[in-house]
Write a protein that binds this ligand. Structure first.
Ligand code: HEC
Ligand code: HEC
Ligand code: HEC
Ligand code: HEC
Ligand code: HEC
Ligand code: HEC
Ligand code: HEC
Length: 495
């Protein structure tokens, strides 16, 4: 989980992102959770960020405990240390700021999430919400009921279920992990990140292969991961052999080696396998997380969707990866507010954005009728930038330069007028698809070249969303060829 690389200057040293202090868990994920792990040493309360104490509560439901949810950055258990030094809670020490580890307990690595059938992940999250960290694993494993909540200053009371304890020992029989265990956490995350590209809601010739047959692991628990785009936790552990080519070219596990008689060879170099082989995105994901109100509001990949995970088809985004290959997946567009320091836009916290929004919320309207306000007109963007200037004056930025990162561009005031232009931090976070492969007969190209070339429904006839809401209240789109930087609207028009 990247915990052993955490350091206050990690982001400054590694990614030119000085607010980040780790490669994983809290910070890698841009455009979505402007909740970054607090620094150990802080000089102001409003710059503390997401403390491990708050992380355990909000994120611990899926980030399964251990590491920063158990021990502080000196390697000491939080509850033991805080018992000896109760005044830490009032300090600006990022590990203890406003925390009460003594009463909540710590969140140890919870083995049973993966090693028993029917683990109660909701029961666990419910305990975390009450700050009952010490009790969460017991409830998750279904061994006991717990009444009371540390958050409400109560002392939780634990009652074991009949048969849960025998001869002084808790009765649990660990099993091997099944796909259901993995999906307790990966199922839902997919909804936001990529659109449920695994988990049996779409067809897949691999669906009889278990997660752990491809993502192998042993007692070291370094679960094999590939290099799929958009995830950055411990990239040094990525295994290039976990890939379509890694199995199909080497005939691993009996994988058929494709011949591709009907596909021009140039295309196999130009495109990732999933462009043709993943035809289904049937679970509504989120293509923008808008933080303007100080809360995270999702804009769905299918505009008709009303909640994450609804069964609803959508068009995967096409994009070019850093290695030049064309690929597909979910492209998360930015919509967040910050302050420019040199060339880098430092994000505001949800709380900071929310404070500014409160002062101008009557001017920021729901123009596109989706029930959610958005800053899309020039007047709305200017009102919000101005509000940030007022509410954060004299705050944590030595020189405050409010900026809005939205849809491939950064918007800011220069010499009294609103200007906008491209910026590296405004490019979408591109989560590639790697599961939900369609059978060969449904792949793009199986219906001939015209699956992509020469007709309106083909790949070259579609458009890519580049901005969740333009000034006309509609999403701004670009034709595929221009977005992919091809020379012509269709390289093989087939007339
Ligand atoms: C308790 C929730 C949970 C369960 C259960 C779980 N995971 Fe994860 N998994 C995570 C989280 C959270 C991360 C990201 C780690 C981080 O951010 O530090 C992750 C990371 C991964 C990654 C690497 C992703 C990357 O960023 O490269 C793979 C692969 C993976 N898990 C596979 C599995 C498999 C296979 C199983 C079942 C044996 C499983 N996971 C069970 C929560 C879970
Ligand atoms: C994110 C899921 C996950 C969590 C959490 C987890 N494990 Fe595992 N563990 C696995 C997987 C996957 C394997 C590989 C064997 C399998 O497929 O079950 C494994 C293997 C093992 C093995 C080796 C089993 C064998 O026969 O080779 C042991 C022992 C083990 N885990 C103990 C633990 C303990 C103790 C904890 C808690 C500290 C824990 N595990 C937490 C997923 C997990
Ligand atoms: C047929 C093999 C296969 C199966 C089965 C499989 N995966 Fe994957 N998984 C992959 C490949 C290949 C990638 C992409 C690797 C890349 O693009 O570099 C991937 C990517 C991922 C990632 C993104 C991080 C990474 O490793 O790049 C996660 C997380 C993940 N899989 C979890 C799961 C879970 C959970 C299951 C079971 C529900 C599962 N996978 C089943 C092959 C598989
Ligand atoms: C519903 C389960 C769930 C919850 C709740 C959750 N996460 Fe995650 N998170 C995951 C899974 C699963 C992964 C890894 C899967 C993948 O790579 O697709 C992950 C990965 C991440 C990553 C790694 C991204 C990268 O750079 O590779 C970060 C950062 C992260 N989560 C932050 C958070 C924060 C902060 C919270 C709380 C505000 C949170 N998560 C709550 C399931 C969850
Ligand atoms: C761990 C090895 C492994 C990985 C990784 C893997 N495959 Fe497969 N794949 C297989 C095996 C084995 C089969 C045959 C399954 C069967 O026939 O039951 C298969 C079947 C297929 C088929 C069906 C062929 C047909 O006859 O219809 C397609 C298409 C396919 N894979 C594409 C992909 C793509 C695309 C990727 C990457 C996203 C991928 N595979 C990753 C092992 C793998
Ligand atoms: C431009 C589209 C396209 C790309 C890119 C592509 N495929 Fe295919 N693939 C197809 C089509 C169409 C078929 C079925 C007809 C054929 O063989 O030409 C197919 C067939 C297959 C089959 C079934 C082979 C068999 O003999 O049953 C497998 C497996 C497969 N592809 C894997 C891959 C892998 C792995 C990659 C990436 C290295 C990839 N494909 C890239 C379009 C594509
Ligand atoms: C999956 C969609 C897809 C299918 C199917 C497809 N193409 Fe293409 N084709 C593309 C893309 C994307 C490019 C642009 C690649 C680039 O420039 O990197 C392209 C480029 C071309 C080009 C110009 C550059 C080159 O690679 O030679 C020709 C000619 C072409 N395709 C012919 C064909 C023919 C003939 C077929 C059917 C046998 C076909 N294509 C099937 C997507 C497709």
């Amino acid at each position: 989980m990247g915990a052993d690389s955490i350091a206050d200057d990690w982001g400054a040293r590694n990614r030119n992102r000085p607010w980040m202090s780790s490669p994983g868990q809290n910070g890698g994920q841009q455009h979505m959770a402007y909740n970054w792990l607090s620094k150990k040493v802080n000089s102001r309360a409003d710059a503390v960020g997401l403390t491990p104490y708050a992380f355990a509560k909000v994120c611990g439901g899926c980030h399964p405990g251990g590491s920063i949810a158990e021990k502080d950055r000196d390697g000491k258990r939080y509850d033991v240390r805080q018992k000896a030094e109760p005044r830490l809670a009032a300090s600006l020490d990022g590990d203890y700021h406003k925390a009460d580890w003594v009463r909540s307990g710590v969140l140890e690595a919870d083995c049973m999430i993966c090693h028993m059938p029917k683990y109660d992940i909701k029961g666990r999250a419910d305990q975390l919400g009450k700050l009952n960290y010490r009790w969460a694993a017991t409830v998750g494993a279904g061994l006991a009921t717990v009444e009371g909540s540390v958050a409400e200053r109560q002392t939780p009371k634990l009652t074991y279920k009949p048969g849960a304890v025998k001869d002084g020992a808790v009765q649990v029989v660990p099993t091997r992990s099944s796909d259901e265990n993995c999906l307790l956490c990966h199922g839902e995350a997919e909804v936001k990140k990529r659109g449920h590209v695994w988990g049996g809601r779409n067809e897949d010739p691999h669906s009889k292969i278990r997660c752990t047959a491809c993502h192998r692991t042993s007692a070291d628990h370094e679960i094999t991961k590939g290099r799929s785009n958009g995830v950055f936790v411990r990239d040094d552990l990525d295994d290039p052999k976990l890939s379509c080519e890694g199995c199909h070219n080497a005939r691993r596990m009996g994988a058929p080696k494709p011949v591709h008689k009907s596909i021009p060879a140039s295309h196999l170099n130009a495109m990732a396998c999933v462009v043709c082989h993943v035809r289904d995105a049937n679970v509504a994901a989120v293509h923008t997380v808008d933080t303007t109100t100080g809360k995270s509001i999702g804009v769905f990949t299918n505009p008709a969707a009303r909640k994450y995970g609804e069964s609803m088809a959508w068009q995967p985004a096409l994009f070019r990866l850093k290695n030049g290959k064309i690929s597909i997946g979910n492209a998360l567009l930015p919509s967040w507010w910050g302050s420019r320091v040199g060339n880098v836009i430092h994000p505001l916290t949800f709380a900071e954005t929310g404070r500014a929004y409160e002062t101008v919320k009557d001017h920021i309207k729901d123009d596109n009728g989706d029930g959610k306000p958005e800053a899309n007109t020039e007047a709305e963007i200017m009102a919000m930038l101005d509000a940030i200037g007022r509410t954060m004056a004299g705050g944590r930025f030595a020189k405050l330069r409010p900026a809005y990162v939205k849809g491939h561009e950064v918007w800011e005031m220069r010499d009294g007028s609103l200007v906008h232009g491209p910026h590296p931090q405004a490019s979408p976070l591109r989560w590639t698809f790697s599961h939900n492969v369609s059978g060969a007969s449904r792949s793009l190209g199986a219906g001939g070249c015209s699956d992509c070339h020469g007709k309106p429904g083909g790949v070259f006839g579609t458009r890519v969303t580049v901005d969740p809401y333009g000034p006309d209240n509609k999403p701004a789109t670009a034709p595929v060829w221009r977005y992919l930087k091809l020379k012509s609207p269709d390289p093989y028009p087939m007339q």
